[in-house]
Design a protein around this ligand. Structure first.
Ligand SMILES: Nc1nc2c(ncn2[C@@H]2O[C@H](COP(=O)(O)OP(=O)(O)OP(=O)(O)O)[C@@H](O)[C@H]2O)c(=O)[nH]1
Ligand SMILES: [Mg+2]
Length: 256
């Protein structure tokens, strides 16, 4: 009867014809239709990939100078930017300036000088951490023996930081003040820090446990980021009148 027909038509799914034709086309394996689907998916994947790739490249352009008080961060900052010697005082706030790397690409990084008086946990603000492409960890090689515990603790906080271990910036350990006779070499500083970080790893947590699951002594090569130890002197052998000895640092910054 007429009543029955109207009832059937009203309960029918309005998308039924489309789904039916979709099913039909898939069944027929219409090549044009399938190619269309593949191309559409490819466009979505490539767009997402490019977006991720480009944003992570452009945002992370900061090079941080971190380390304990008096290690020479501010003098290095001045020497890297202008080459000039400068009398410094304990920094209260951070300062930043564009730094042009000495390479053919002409890369420009934002160099950020951070004060060293804060505790390791609060010394690097969150937004600075996530912008870091490289961290220059400045060590006073002349009084390293006295400070080894504090230096190791600072380094431990940095490499176990969640933001930093996600972004994996390069870690350049600048063994500064090499112009002083008593200065320890980069090799010795690396060995001592590995020993000290091993102790911290054992006593604190398993956060630094090696990636391959092997148990044994801590080595910097086990960290997810690239680590490099280098020697420099922000003062230089001739002091205020002469140039700094920072070629090794400049070379590493040119490779970023
Ligand atoms: N002999 C020698 N002295 C240095 C060298 N680099 C820095 N200094 C001196 O060490 C002192 C501290 O240097 P700063 O650059 O102010 O140290 P900083 O790391 O910025 O210190 P904070 O801002 O307090 O964290 C200054 O008197 C510098 O002249 C170096 O390579 N050799
Ligand atoms: Mg300073």
């Amino acid at each position: 009867s007429l009543e029955n027909i109207v009832y059937v038509e009203m309960t029918e799914n309005p998308f039924e014809p489309y789904i039916e034709s979709l099913r039909q086309q898939l069944e027929d394996q219409d090549p044009v239709f399938l190619i269309g689907v593949v191309v559409a998916l490819a466009v979505v994947v490539i767009t997402l990939f490019l977006k991720y790739f480009l944003t992570s490249k452009t945002v992370r352009s900061a090079v941080l100078l971190v380390g304990l008080c008096d290690s020479g961060k501010t003098l290095l900052f001045s020497r890297l930017l202008s080459g000039k010697y400068k009398r410094t005082q304990t920094s209260i706030t951070d300062s930043s300036a564009p730094y042009k790397a000495k390479n053919d690409r002409g890369s420009t990084w934002t160099l950020i000088d951070l004060p060293g008086h804060d505790s390791p946990q609060t010394s690097v603000p969150g937004e600075v951490k996530s912008a870091a492409r490289a961290i220059v960890f400045v060590v006073d090689s002349a009084i390293f023996q006295k400070e080894v515990r504090d230096v190791a603790e600072f380094l431990y906080v940095l490499v176990t930081d969640t933001v930093i271990s996600r972004n994996v910036p390069d870690l350049l350990v600048a063994c500064n003040k090499q112009d002083i006779t008593m200065a320890k070499s980069a090799k010795l500083i690396q060995q001592q820090l590995e020993k000290e970080l091993n102790t911290l790893r054992v006593t604190r947590s398993a956060a630094l446990s090696s990636q391959d699951g092997s148990v044994g002594d801590f080595e910097f090569s086990q960290l997810p980021m690239k680590v490099e130890f280098l020697e420099c002197s922000a003062r230089g052998s001739k002091g205020e009148d002469g140039d700094a000895d920072i070629e090794s640092l400049e070379k590493s910054l040119a490779k970023l």
